[in-house]
Design a protein around this ligand. Structure first.
Ligand code: SAH
Length: 264
């Protein structure tokens, strides 16, 4: 496999991250052999749970490192009026926009949307949810979480909540500073929702290896606290070995609230 020489940086993503292959590999409910994609269904379940917590609602939600995916927004879109999606690579943003504009060749999210609607109590509402989400995503912008203002030259007003799934650990050696940078995207008192893989050193698809920062739960919690948030919920779900695509051993679902003072 074509492994990156050093830690996977944003430019490697720009060159080598193929959105359609990623979607095929990680965003179908089952793989070519018919085995269920538990990484995805576990995340959908925990996102559904987190986005039904009291207080986790508001006007604006920012999705940081959205990739070409929308699964992370399916429960969230019921609690926020407007969504802004951010990612570094052009191809990921185009792929996402293709689905948002309902263009031919866009990824078929309907099985995943149906799954989430079923979790929420009515599988039949899937088309309605797709339409709602398409309307709510107002902007898809470039961002670089290694920059103090991740969306520079654009400055976004601070949002009520940021969500980030499988991004920071995939992207960076500088997990802590990335968290501090993205904390500026959310209001004091606003929320952070994260899905992070633990004890993972790589994930792979399409013959490309993306190295990850090896994280333990305490490291993530400390980094989140250090970036000025109070952790409100932190749950580890074990991930069974035997998945050739990744050596991840657990998934951490975390919800935190940004402290009022920014002395962190
Ligand atoms: N959130 C999606 C995608 C995760 S893949 C999901 O849950 O499936 C990791 C994403 O991080 C990729 O889309 C990649 O483009 C993005 N990324 C990598 N480095 C980044 C950086 N420096 N700034 C912003 N996004 C970055």
């Amino acid at each position: 496999m074509d492994a990156p020489a050093a830690f996977t940086d944003a430019e490697f993503y720009q060159r080598s991250f193929d959105p359609q292959e990623y979607l095929r590999e990680f965003c179908s409910l089952s793989n070519a052999q018919g085995q269920p994609n538990t990484l995805l269904t576990q995340s959908l379940r925990s996102l559904s749970k987190m986005f039904s917590l009291d207080g986790l609602s508001g006007h604006t939600l920012i999705d940081v490192g959205c990739g070409p995916t929308i699964y992370q927004l399916l429960s969230a879109c019921e609690r926020f009026q407007e969504i802004i999606s951010l990612d570094y690579t052009d191809r990921n943003r185009w792929e996402l926009e293709k689905w948002l504009k309902n263009e031919p060749g866009a990824f078929d999210w309907s099985p995943v949307v149906k799954y989430v609607c079923e979790l929420e109590g009515d599988r039949e509402k899937w088309a309605e949810k797709e339409e709602k989400l398409r309307k709510k995503v107002k902007q898809v912008l470039k961002c670089d979480v290694t920059k103090a203002n991740p969306t520079a030259p654009v400055s976004l007003p601070p949002a009520d909540c940021i969500v980030s799934t499988l991004c920071l650990e995939a992207a960076l050696a500088t997990f802590r500073s990335a968290l501090r940078n993205i904390s500026t995207l959310v209001k004091p008192g606003g929320h952070l929702v994260m899905v992070t893989v633990l004890q993972e050193t790589f994930y792979a698809f399409n013959k490309q290896v993306f190295s990850c920062l090896y994280l333990e739960r305490s490291m993530v919690e400390e980094a989140v606290e250090g970036a000025g948030f109070d952790v409100k919920l932190s749950e580890v779900q074990p991930y069974l070995p035997g998945d050739a695509r990744t050596d991840c051993r657990a998934v951490l679902n975390l919800m935190a609230r940004r402290r009022a003072s920014t002395t962190a």
